[in-house]
Design a protein around this ligand. Structure first.
Ligand code: NAX
Length: 332
């Protein structure tokens, strides 16, 4: 067995973390030979709940889990961590404007970026889940200048998983037979779920999803809308937001970053845009990526329809506006 690595989960007393911590501690992200020290960061009012989570993790009797460190101090939370799941964020409260939400979160992610800069390992891999995830990741990266920008990512994997599941259901195939469904842009209602590059195995033959579905109005209409509105549908049904599926997606994202993607398979991640596909440079934009040796690369040269291009423009514009708003709050 190798030496333990330190992994921090923020918002550790919240509902996503409740599923996520168990999945990580079981070895589903870093492998079943990698011992772990879990850092659980939350805010002072949640200390009691955090204690309960620590008790439950102990009671799970998980062989890989060497130590659990609950804390409300970012200096302790981020100390020497190799991976960070930034789940904790300020939720939208009734009557709160989008700008107020952004402003509250910008402050949180500025402080966490600074703590990452000062205390985390220099090759730390950061996954931002807390919303607005893309712009929070942008802010965080800005305050950790000694850590490569490519080490800051935002989660759109839940959207990808939702989209893949919709296609598998439509075609009546197991989800493992569908791949390369992409989420472009922002983790918001402007995201563009794109089945145009998708592949599916039907009766042992690999086909394009577009050919197999053979229904453009579905792929450009109901499919896109269902994925964009899935979060709201879960809230309407459960009276709480997605948690188990969000935790699974966070594990998938970090698992693939850590272990790499299979040849010919790509996954969606919010990463710092280099302007690919005419996206605004510098924002955290969800692209299809492939990952080798813990380094992601944007998949280049995909053929996009005019419809797809117009959707990418829309979501890119929203991200640019969020970035500008964040910078104005930060006054930099
Ligand atoms: P909860 O409200 O259950 O938990 C959030 C936790 O974060 C709370 O325990 C809170 O005390 C803590 N927290 C707040 N500020 C903190 C800070 N400065 N440092 C450390 N901890 C802090 O929310 P939950 O359902 O777990 O969702 C967490 C975040 O994920 C939300 O922002 C949510 O919008 C976002 N989501 C993002 C998704 C994505 O695909 N990117 C999907 C699921 C989810 O909606």
């Amino acid at each position: 067995m190798s030496e333990p690595i330190r992994v921090v989960v923020t918002g550790a007393a919240g509902q996503i973390a409740y599923s996520l911590l168990y999945m990580i501690a079981r070895g589903e992200v870093f492998g079943n030979k990698q011992p772990l020290i879990l850092h659980l960061l939350d805010i002072p009012p949640m200390v009691g709940v955090l204690e309960g989570v620590v008790m439950e993790l102990a009671d799970c009797a998980l062989p890989l889990l060497r130590e659990v460190i609950p804390t409300t101090d970012p200096a302790v939370g981020f100390k020497d961590v190799s991976a960070a799941f930034l789940v904790g964020a300020m939720p939208r409260k009734e009557g709160m404007e989008r700008k107020d939400l952004l402003s509250a979160n910008v402050k949180i992610f500025k402080a966490q970026g600074q703590a990452i800069e000062n205390f985390a390992k220099k090759d730390v891999k950061v996954l931002v889940v807390g919303n607005p995830a893309n712009t929070n990741a942008f802010v965080c990266a800005n305050y950790a200048p000694s850590i490569p920008r490519e080490n800051f990512t935002a989660m759109t994997r839940l959207d990808q998983n939702r989209a893949t599941s919709q296609i598998a259901t439509k075609l009546g195939v197991p989800i493992s037979d569908v791949k390369n469904i992409i989420i472009w842009g922002n983790h918001s209602s402007t995201q563009y779920p794109d089945a145009g590059q998708g592949k599916v195995v039907i009766n042992g033959q690999t086909k394009s999803v577009a050919d197999a579905v053979n229904d453009t109005s579905f792929l450009q209409g109901a499919f896109v809308e269902t994925v964009q509105k899935r979060g709201a549908a879960v809230i309407a049904a459960r009276k709480m937001s997605s948690a188990m599926s969000a935790a699974k997606a966070a594990c998938d994202h970090m698992h693939d970053w850590w272990n790499g993607t299979a040849p010919g398979t790509f996954v969606s991640m919010g990463v710092c845009s280099d302007g690919s596909y005419n996206s605004p440079k510098g924002v955290i934009f969800s692209f299809p990526v492939v990952i080798v040796n813990k380094k992601w690369e944007i998949v280049q040269g995909l053929d996009l329809s005019d419809f797809a291009k117009s959707k990418l423009t829309l979501t890119g514009k929203e991200l640019q506006e969020e970035k500008d708003e964040a910078l104005s709050v930060l006054d930099v």
